[in-house]
Design a binder for this molecule. Structure first.
Ligand code: PLP
Length: 446
């Protein structure tokens, strides 16, 4: 009660928000204050990639806490050194034997990492414009939120960061050009070429895209998309930035989703699965070419808690666990199974328009029966709001935690989930969505 009275909660009207109170967790499960247990099918906010309270991660943090809990970011300490090398190795995509490439700037979360990536791209190129898409999310600070084209940005309309330009999305389920994959003309790519030309390529500092699309609907890029961005960036001296805050650290079956496209960006932004939420931390990896810019010039950036030793210890323990438990191989194997189970289980549900995603980052797009209209409009009528609340209640009644935004339901279990838990979770989800199916059919006939 005290917590609810004196805590502000993100993204919701406070008066009607009824938070659950959790007191413990382990693996894929969380236990609430009243003793009920919930299957965490969204890894909270796609953060707890290794589940809750992973023993190796807990041990790493505890050991560092007892050794040295803080030194300011301009000093070095062994965990900081090790993490810089490990992250540079995986971000630059070099094999195990080869020398790591590039450097990392460690932050306290995803938004700060994005802010610093933009800042560095502008310093390196001397240009100001940043190109991004509409249906994206890059964080809630002003610069990161401006880059986020989706409706969360509307809260800062009129006070956005200057210099951001946006392109239409490769939203194949609702193709802006009315075409169909895979036989389409990839107009989403020629559109970007045109916008770059119209904006003046020599004025664009960076292109920022999510490695794999996340909370704006898990839109799936055509295979040519990232390679085309790389080609355009190279042709015009633009810094190419992959935001892997949500898609990184094995969530889509590789260290970073962009690497599945064969593209090496100039910067990779990361957070979430970096420490699996145990200690707040984000990072920007930069290529050698970007790093060299700051050899003789000051890097005008800093955060008191940057490269926090506890965060570094947590990150190192997570990286060790991703490797020792062969998490990428698990996701490559179980991800397609998860998507197939969702497709099979929801095949008869007339409110499911599309199911898409990569690995353990899946999205179910809900529509009004027999149409492609979003099930919940952005203006949200009273009937739609009631329907959404009933759906949230149905998930909770099933003991299932999922992440919902607009008319999207995201399925992103911990990457350590067992096959049994995966099937169990899909069953709960299908049942919760079935209750919606009946109700909606009655409320929106035809
Ligand atoms: C792709 C992406 N970038 C950046 C962020 C912002 O990260 P944070 O909430 O740690 O600031 C998020 C958060 O969900 C994200 O999904």
């Amino acid at each position: 009660m005290g917590n609810k009275m004196h805590t502000l909660f993100p993204w919701v009207a406070q008066a009607t928000h009824s938070p659950l109170t959790f007191v413990s967790g382990f693996g894929s499960w969380l236990t609430a204050e009243d003793g009920s247990v919930y299957l965490d099918f969204s890894s909270q906010l796609m953060v707890t990639n290794l589940g809750h309270q992973h023993p190796h991660v807990m041990a790493g943090i505890t050991a560092q806490l007892q050794q040295l809990s803080f030194v300011q970011p301009a000093h070095l300490t062994p965990v900081r050194e090790k993490l810089g090398e490990r992250l540079s190795r995986i971000a630059s995509g070099v094999g195990d034997g080869a020398a790591a490439i590039g450097k990392v700037f460690l932050t306290t979360g995803g938004a700060e990492a994005i802010e610093n990536a933009i800042k560095m791209a502008r310093m390196v190129t001397g240009r100001q414009k940043i190109l991004t898409r509409y249906r994206t999310y890059h964080g809630a600070t002003t610069g990161a939120l401006t880059l986020s084209g989706d409706s969360r940005r509307h809260a800062i309309a009129g006070s956005e960061m200057p210099g951001v330009i946006r392109v239409e999305d490769p939203y194949c389920y609702r193709c802006p050009w009315g075409q169909k994959m895979p036989s389409c003309d990839r107009l989403c790519i020629s559109h970007i070429e045109r916008i770059i030309e119209l904006e003046g390529p020599e004025s664009i500092a960076a292109i920022v895209m999510e490695g794999a699309s996340g909370s704006s609907g898990c839109l799936t890029y055509p295979p040519e998309y990232w390679p085309a961005l790389r080609r355009l960036a190279d042709a015009h001296g633009i810094v190419l930035i992959s935001d892997e805050v949500m898609s990184g650290f094995c969530r889509t079956g590789s260290w970073f989703a962009v690497h599945q496209t064969g593209v090496q960006p100039d910067m990779i932004v990361m957070a979430k699965g970096l420490t699996c939420g145990t200690v707040p931390m984000g990072a920007v990896w930069v290529s050698d070419a970007v790093a060299r810019h700051f050899d003789a010039r000051p890097l005008q950036a800093g955060l008191t808690y940057s490269a926090h030793p506890l965060g570094c210890a947590a990150a190192l323990a997570c990286l060790e666990t991703y490797e020792s438990e062969e998490i990428n191989a698990r996701v490559q194997h179980l991800g397609p199974l998860l998507q197939q189970q969702l497709k099979d289980g929801l095949a008869e549900n007339n409110c499911v328009g599309d199911i898409r995603g990569t690995g353990f980052l899946q999205c179910i797009e809900l529509v009004k029966p027999g149409t492609q209209l979003p099930l919940f409009s952005r203006q949200m009528t009273a009937a739609e709001r009631a329907q959404q609340q009933r759906l949230s209640a149905a998930f909770l009644a099933e003991g299932l935690l999922v992440f919902m935004r607009l008319h999207y339901v995201f399925v992103a279990p911990p990457l350590t989930v067992s096959e049994g838990e995966l099937t169990d979770g899909v069953g709960r989800l299908v049942r919760a969505l079935a209750s919606l199916n009946c109700a909606i059919t009655a409320e929106f006939p035809g």
